[in-house]
Design a binder for this molecule. Structure first.
Ligand SMILES: Cc1cc2nc3c(=O)[nH]c(=O)nc-3n(C[C@H](O)[C@H](O)[C@H](O)COP(=O)(O)OP(=O)(O)OC[C@H]3O[C@@H](n4cnc5c(N)ncnc54)[C@H](O)[C@@H]3O)c2cc1C
Length: 406
């Protein structure tokens, strides 16, 4: 007899794991049963709990996490504390335009908060979540499995997995990333285009101390960000054309260091060492709906944004929090967790906000890529004007740092 679960989450990435934990770690009388499936096998790597000592000890994928993201991780008891050896923070940010003299400086002190945000490595965050989920009796995790199809049954869905198992569920959640198989199986359309760019990521050692500051220079091809890790290391995210990305990943380390220093105007001096490099294709994608019959999408399965504002995962964690809240409330009221009413309430709470944020990032991307001299002049003047207006700057900072965790 195939088992049944209250919720099946397809995708045990950061959003899938966070959702599973958020569902079972809330203070409620009834804890739902959760099956978490992934084509890979999630594993906890204890080496990521120790102090990094060289450029090779870091994961080259990192996330700038805002206060709302941290709050969600605290609420599910996976935040190790601000003083953990793998939690890096920043209290200042400089953004400037390569095509002029415009620049803007954000300072945490102006917001009344001690810092602007955190930098966390992807594998570290994934490791914390996997360890926590493995300890939860109501979460069953299975790797090396894919969802092949599903069908509607009496009071739920019947899933057909690559293992040959056919579990039942009342709700299927697609937390399976930008190519989301759940989105495809549920026949949900997506508005989507490629930026024909890749983000080249790596860790570098810099000659000059990063001063707990996040740095971003807008170049004609795309932004180049230096994100502060443990001193003297920074993680970089460098958005360039697909062709240049390939060249940057293939060239010798010294040549890469030279190109990087030039494009960064040498603000942190020489680039002394460079870690493993990788390129990630960049695209815009937004699902036309976040829900279908007994199906919900979260995070990159619902929306994929340009990394220029470091907000993709932060938006995804807000989805996780909102969906988990709707499900928990439905359970408390003895409602059907897969009902249209519950799922629509989730979609209404997130879709507008996500559209707005995603549209803003796309507009910024195009504004800074445009080399028309009049526009470049206005852009630079605009940056300087905003820089001089503390209340306007505060609005930007608060928008990027916060979000409602339910
Ligand atoms: C270069 C770069 C830098 C970024 N920087 C930031 C940042 O600073 N801050 C920020 O907030 N966001 C950032 N983002 C965005 C962030 O990476 C994503 O929003 C986030 O990783 C999405 O997480 P997810 O769990 O939704 O998807 P994923 O991490 O893609 O996880 C999806 C999971 O589903 C599984 N899966 C996929 N297909 C199948 C299948 N067929 N069967 C079974 N399982 C499947 C995968 O194995 C994976 O485990 C950045 C993105 C890029 C590209």
């Amino acid at each position: 007899m195939d088992k049944s679960y209250d919720i099946v989450i397809h995708g045990a990435g950061i959003s899938g794991l966070a959702l599973a934990l958020s569902l079972v770690r809330r203070e409620v009388a009834y804890k739902p049963s959760v099956l978490l499936l992934d084509k890979n096998m999630p594993e906890f790597r204890p080496e990521f709990d120790i102090q990094p000592r060289s450029v090779n000890d870091f994961d080259n994928r990192v996330f700038a996490l805002n206060h709302a993201g941290k709050k969600l991780l605290e609420s599910i008891a996976v935040w190790p504390g601000d003083d953990s050896v793998r939690v890096f923070s920043y209290d200042q940010m400089y953004v400037w335009d390569a095509g002029g003299h415009g620049q803007i400086h954000f300072d945490a002190a102006e917001t009344g908060l001690p810092l602007l945000g955190y930098i966390i490595e992807g594998r570290v965050l994934h490791g914390w979540l996997t360890k926590a989920a493995s300890a939860e009796p109501m979460i069953e995790m299975t790797g090396n499995i894919e969802l092949e199809s599903y069908e509607e049954a009496d009071t739920g869905l019947r899933l057909h997995l690559s293992s040959g198992d056919n579990p039942g569920t009342r709700l299927l959640v697609g937390a399976d990333g930008t190519q989301s198989p759940v989105r495809r199986l549920a026949d949900i359309d997506t508005i989507c285009w490629s930026y024909h760019q890749q983000a080249v990521v790596t860790t570098v050692e810099t000659e000059i101390d990063h001063a707990d500051t996040a740095w971003q220079r807008f170049l004609p091809e795309g932004p180049l960000a230096f994100l502060p890790m443990q001193k003297p290391w920074c993680s970089i995210v460098w958005s360039v054309s697909e062709r240049r990305a390939q060249d940057l990943c293939d060239m010798p380390e010294e040549q890469f260091a030279e190109c990087l220093m030039t494009d960064f105007e040498g603000r942190l001096g020489q680039i002394k060492t460079v870690g493993a490099r990788a390129g990630f294709p960049l695209k815009f994608a937004h699902a036309s709906r976040y829900t279908a019959n007994r199906v919900a999408l979260v995070a990159d399965a619902a929306h994929t944004v340009h990394p220029l504002a470091g907000q993709g995962l932060n938006l995804g964690l807000l989805d996780v929090s909102a969906l988990s809240r709707q499900i928990t409330e439905a359970i408390a009221k003895r409602q059907d967790i897969g009902s249209r009413r519950v799922l629509r309430a989730y979609e209404r709470s997130r879709k507008g906000d996500n559209w707005l944020m995603q549209g803003s990032f796309d507009a910024i991307k195009h504004l800074f890529s445009n080399q028309q001299s009049a526009l470049a002049y206005l852009r630079n003047a605009g940056l300087n004007i905003v820089d001089g207006l503390a209340p306007v700057k505060n609005v930007f900072m608060r928008k990027a740092m916060k979000g409602r965790i339910c």
